[in-house]
Design a binder for this molecule. Structure first.
Ligand code: NOJ
Length: 744
């Protein structure tokens, strides 16, 4: 009863603070409110706002604090993550609002990475759509479902550029290219946050992992990152900046050290670049236990010092470290940090709570009826299918006995479906699917049954993802022998990529390679559907099966999407956003490399090459086939010289010369031939996704200005340099037609 009376007294104080503002602009209303609230807060309450603990519902690391509910009640913890469902979140929010002195509502964060309940393709797969509308909508629908379940903050998008497929978290990003990565970063922020953060259907985004987490040495997760400032600024930082420019509310700093300083206490990254140069106004949260981990990094003597270093460098919120909570007050008393620093961080966090509308209505996101209506709604499930089919890349489609295997004939009689992903729900969801529900996933078998109702479909698992067990081979060979066509659903399970999912051998795991060798011996036509969180080294497969689809991991509608592509109801249009190496020894391999002083010459030993393998990748960046063919011709530039303020117009004729209607992603690359520092042999500068009916042709246009030609020159000035440039247009980063121009 006492609590209820207290709550009745406190809620009006908070609400009155919201309403009493006489200031007209929303920002000053917010500032006025936050000023007023902060003037009432004790230091302990302030430090509580800088603290984020996981609930024990769903964790990605050690649960350090089993007393989080008690800490919420005492004001020691102002933010919770990994708490799910309206019911449970309401319980926690009530404690914060009704049982603490000032009734400050909690933020509820979660890894809504590729969907909340309805799971969309893993980010690496969805990036292969090159479709900003699809990508933004996936983020929008993720926000709709997550907010309907009570969440108001997602730890997404992950925008770490990555060029080493051994690194398991490559699955969570948008691949190797900075230009594309920036567009996707912005699309996701817009999708999650919408126009207004206080719209109950949107959530705050958190761009991560700042910075350069995608470049760990040897591709081993959490490992050291050491790189030049030029590479950092040119390749790795722009995607975080794109998210900041798109208005991202929060930033997560990364686990790794960068050039000797852990990102969690990296003053250069946070205070200098993020805040001073980019003008970021939101707050920075650490990654999971990032602060105490600085002791093991060899950067702080103890937790107290780690907290001081983190706060001083620009980190505002301690995720799961419990360090701010334990030591910040003492550090303040000792003069190691000052009140101004704490106040600044508290203000940033309260600002977001205000902007999310939580002070006006702490229960804004908590409506059980809405939760039931939204989660797995038809509209969201339909989008999951659209996104999934648009994410599938056709890598190979060769004829078998004079006939192309794909699309499959709808009258095929006997289909053998083999492999550990054929009748599998959970692994189809892909890495860190969070709250995703495997029971809602369409398996590939069920997808095929829907599309080929008349066919006799036989299934054998054949092999697993791990171990040496070949006891399933015979059954698989047996059904293959009886079939007209063999579909193999092979690759990685959901745990073989993602966080802590690095691999040194990125071939087909377990005995799947041996299984494929046996199946090829049957002489039957084989389609391999490769599902994985990263590019795999599948050179043998590429040479020996007739057709290959790379599908990443596609989420809830996996089986439906793959079946639509197999039967030709959808003509594949996706293109790789990451280079496929032939072998691990070629890594790092990416299209935007440098030429070197001794570029490859076949007959000259002393050029840049391997003795035992080709320089070329298995499949290049931007690669992907269609059931139809596209032809590029008539590349024209409106001028051969441009000045700083001119726009170069590039046109090309694109013709669908095949038998099917289809979509093509036409790509524009440039090369700056001579610079004050050397430039990559190709840089993506634009693309155009075009739908053409069979036989149709269109003139497509790209534009380039001097701004697009800027880079960090020898003095680290970001500018373009006069000189000669090449322009390339085509359907991938290798097969291109070219021309040139000069920047005067
Ligand atoms: C650690 C991961 O690196 C990060 O991406 C994630 O958001 C947090 N755990 C919270 O689950």
């Amino acid at each position: 009863m006492k609590k209820l009376i207290l709550a009745l007294l406190i809620i009006p104080i908070v609400l009155a603070l919201v309403n009493c503002s006489k200031v007209s602009t929303p920002q000053s209303e917010r500032d006025h409110f936050v000023d007023s609230l902060m003037s009432k807060m004790t230091m302990d309450e302030k430090i509580g706002q800088l603290t984020l603990y996981t609930s024990d519902w769903s964790v990605t690391g050690p649960t350090l604090n089993p007393n989080y509910e008690k800490d919420v009640k005492s004001g020691k913890c102002g933010n919770i993550f990994n708490a799910l469902t309206v019911k449970y979140i309401t319980k926690l929010q009530k404690i914060a609002v009704e049982e603490t002195r000032l009734g400050i509502p909690l933020l509820f964060g979660y890894d809504v990475i590729h969907g909340y309940k309805t799971t969309f393709p893993i980010p690496l797969a969805e990036a292969c759509t090159w479709d900003m509308d699809i990508i933004e909508k996936s983020a929008h629908y993720s926000a709709m479902e997550a907010s309907a379940s009570g969440l108001n903050w997602t730890f997404s998008p992950m925008v770490d550029i990555a060029r080493d497929p051994r690194w398991g978290r490559i699955a969570e990003g948008s691949g190797e290219d900075t230009y594309l990565g920036c567009l996707i970063a912005a699309a996701k922020v817009h999708g999650y946050q919408g126009k207004n953060l206080d719209d109950p259907f949107t959530i705050a985004a958190c761009v991560k992992h700042y910075a350069a987490y995608g470049a760990p040495q040897a591709g081993r997760d959490y490992s050291t990152v050491d790189m030049s400032d030029r590479v950092l600024r040119e390749t790795y930082l722009p995607s975080y900046k794109a998210a900041v420019d798109a208005g991202v509310a929060t930033v997560m700093c990364s686990f790794n050290e960068l050039n000797g300083v852990p990102a969690t206490a990296n003053e250069y990254l946070m205070n200098k670049i993020l805040r001073e140069e980019w003008g970021f106004k939101g707050f920075v949260v650490t990654d999971y236990t990032g602060i105490p981990e600085m002791i093991k990094h060899g950067y702080s003597v103890d937790e107290k010092q780690a907290g001081e270093l983190a706060l001083s460098a620009g980190t505002d919120m301690d995720m799961q470290g419990g360090v701010f909570s334990k030591y910040l007050k003492k550090s303040l008393e000792e003069g190691k940090i000052n009140k101004k620093q704490i106040n600044m961080s508290v203000r940033r966090i309260l600002n977001l709570k205000y902007e999310l509308g939580l002070f006006k209505n702490p229960y804004l996101y908590l409506d059980e009826k809405r939760e039931q209506e939204t989660v797995f709604s038809k509209e969201i499930m339909d989008h999951a299918l659209l996104s999934a089919k648009k994410s599938i890349v056709l890598l190979k489609n060769e004829p078998f006995k004079g006939q192309k295997l794909l699309p499959m004939s709808k009258t095929v009689k006997n289909i053998a479906i083999i492999g550990p992903l054929a009748d599998n729900q959970e692994d189809m969801l892909g890495t860190w699917y969070g709250a995703g529900d495997k029971t809602k996933v369409t398996t590939l078998i069920n997808g095929l049954k829907n599309k080929f109702p008349q066919a006799n479909i036989q299934y054998a698992k054949g092999a697993d993802f791990e171990g040496n067990d070949k006891s399933g081979f015979d059954a698989a060979i047996n059904i293959a022998n009886k079939s007209d066509i063999v579909i193999c659903a092979i690759g990685e399970n959901d745990g073989q990529s993602g966080e802590a999912g690095s691999r040194s051998d990125i071939g087909l795991p377990g005995v799947q390679q041996e299984l494929m060798e046996e199946l090829v011996k049957t002489g039957k036509p084989i389609i391999a559907v490769v599902l994985a969180g990263r590019p795999l080294t599948i050179e043998w497969l590429t040479k020996n099966v007739n057709a290959i689809l790379f599908a990443g991991h596609l989420g809830t509608r996996s089986g439906d999407a793959i079946a639509e592509v197999l039967c030709g109801d959808y003509n594949p249009s996706a293109k790789l956003v990451i280079t496929f190496p032939r072998s691990v020894g070629q890594i790092p391999i990416f299209y935007a490399s440098k030429n070197t002083g001794r570029p490859f010459e076949a007959n000259n030993r002393f050029t840049s090459k391997y003795l035992d393998i080709a320089n070329e990748p298995l499949f290049p960046f931007g690669y992907g086939l269609s059931y139809t063919q596209f032809e590029y011709s008539n590349l024209k530039l409106n001028t051969k010289t441009i000045h700083d303020s001119d726009t170069l117009k590039i046109t090309v004729t694109l013709k669908n010369t095949g038998q099917f209607d289809g979509e093509e992603i036409a790509q524009l690359y440039i090369r700056d031939l001579i610079g004050s520092v050397t430039r990559p042999v190709k840089e993506l500068k634009g693309f155009n996704k075009v739908f053409l009916k069979a036989g149709e042709q269109k003139e497509i246009e790209f534009a380039i200005t001097a701004k697009d030609l800027r880079f960090y020159d020898v003095n680290m000035q970001f500018k373009s340099e006069p000189g000669q440039f090449k322009v390339f247009v085509g359907g991938n980063s290798v097969d291109l037609i070219e021309d040139g121009f000069e920047l005067l």
